[in-house]
Write a protein that binds this ligand. Structure first.
Ligand SMILES: Cc1cc2nc3c(=O)[nH]c(=O)nc-3n(C[C@H](O)[C@H](O)[C@H](O)COP(=O)(O)OP(=O)(O)OC[C@H]3O[C@@H](n4cnc5c(N)ncnc54)[C@H](O)[C@@H]3O)c2cc1C
Length: 375
């Protein structure tokens, strides 16, 4: 076992998919003296219970570029690291159930194609041919992305961590960051329950704990933990592993195939916060109580678009927390405290975003600015 490092070029707080990807990319760009500090095990925060969808279409060109980069990376990670990630390139459909949404889809497809994402507009019938259990009543058309996919969140995180370790990164598990000392207004030391690490750069990749870590340097970061819900069904007749991921933004619901059944969840109009007065101290690999009352509107919308969900046997209703920001986008970049960087609150699309997030953060830290404009 390696000795506890007393100094490092960069300390990353958090061993979820975000922290692992940042370490992967920093080491890929040549920095070796990189340490991840994780209070439990890799993925034990929000990452392990992710629904596994990797979609590329976002409302902003550079966010779409980040997701596109992620898919390219995820396709190649197993060959590079030997770690299976269960990457499945099943494609993705984004329905338009209104003319306004259709316009939006057209605009986003045009934008994404301009930098090489192979998206195309298809008819409602063509979408149904790919996902035959879908009721296309009210569907005007769809955007189709053939290289969207799904991935095992634990496999992905482990692969990124292996890549980082192979290039020199050190990962400290069961090590809790308890403080960050500043000197002359900039990051100087990270204090943990196992010892202190001298460093000039700290990356706060602690997900929904982002606000708590921010307080250690006197910052009030806009990170709010929220509960996110999805169900996993037993096999449903007619579902095959050829089904693309499906999203209906007008109904706020998504679906993806899993062992002959469906994962279906979505975004609530009245989401529930979690741990606003502090996340319970030993919160690891934990879920919140299944909340059928809150899930009911999503379930109704899911059934509306995919009627077979109504009679499907539900294996579980998963209720898991994750960090969100007020604008629903990632919190990334430098802060007013010199040497203190943030990469947290991934708003329920951090699995898809992690590849791009790692690249952007590594370029920003090493080169001073990322390839793509993040403002
Ligand atoms: C139910 C659900 C479904 C989702 N489905 C999808 C999906 O289909 N597709 C998608 O793209 N995204 C999805 N997401 C989002 C995705 O899972 C998250 O965005 C991502 O996993 C967050 O990763 P992270 O590294 O930021 O956080 P985490 O995985 O939470 O990692 C942060 C780590 O920091 C550690 N930490 C905290 N405080 C300290 C400390 N003081 N010292 C040391 N370590 C510390 C924690 O232990 C934790 O392991 C989903 C989220 C939820 C909740």
């Amino acid at each position: 076992m390696s000795a506890f490092p007393t100094q490092a070029q960069v300390v990353i707080i958090g061993g979820g998919v975000g922290g692992a990807s940042i370490a992967y990319h920093l080491t890929k760009m040549g920095w070796k003296d990189v340490v991840i500090v994780e209070k439990h095990e890799l993925t034990s925060g929000s990452t392990w219970h992710s629904a596994g969808l990797v979609g590329q279409m976002r409302s902003d060109a550079n966010l779409t570029r980040m997701m596109h980069y992620s898919t390219d990376l995820y396709r190649s990670l197993k060959a590079e690291t030997g770690q299976d990630t269960s990457w499945r390139e099943v494609g993705g459909l984004r329905l338009a159930s209104s003319f306004e949404r259709m316009e939006e889809n057209r605009r986003l497809v045009g934008m994404a194609r301009s930098f090489g994402v192979p998206m195309e507009m298809i008819s409602a019938k063509e979408a149904q041919d790919m996902f035959p259990l879908m009721d296309i009543k009210g569907v005007v058309g769809a955007a189709y992305t053939p290289n969207d996919g799904s991935i095992d969140p634990t496999g992905l995180t482990n692969a990124l961590a292996i890549g980082a370790k192979n290039r020199g990164a050190q990962i400290l598990l069961y090590t809790t960051v308890t403080g960050i000392n500043l000197k002359n207004g900039r990051v100087h030391e990270v204090v943990t329950d196992k010892g202190t690490i001298k460093t000039e750069i700290v990356v706060n990749a602690s997900g929904m704990w982002g606000r708590e870590i921010g307080k250690m340097v006197g910052l009030s970061l806009p990170v709010i933990p929220m509960a996110h819900l999805y169900i996993l069904t037993k096999p449903i007749e007619g579902v095959t592993n050829k089904f693309p991921n499906l999203r209906d933004p007008d109904l706020l619901v998504y679906w993806r195939e899993e062992v002959g059944g469906l994962v279906t969840g979505g975004y609530e109009r009245q989401p529930a916060t979690f741990g606003l007065n502090g996340i319970p101290k030993d919160f690891k690999y934990q879920l919140l109580n299944p909340d059928w009352d809150r899930f009911t509107p999503l379930m109704e919308n899911s059934i509306r678009r995919v009627p077979a969900v109504e009679n499907a046997e539900v294996k579980m209703l998963l209720n898991g927390p994750e960090g969100f920001t007020p604008d629903g986008e990632f919190l990334l970049g430098p802060t007013s405290v010199k040497g203190f960087w943030v990469a947290c609150a991934f708003c329920a699309h951090g699995l898809a975003g992690a590849g791009g997030i790692g690249k952007v953060m590594a370029e920003w830290i090493i080169d001073g600015s990322p390839e793509w404009d993040m403002w």
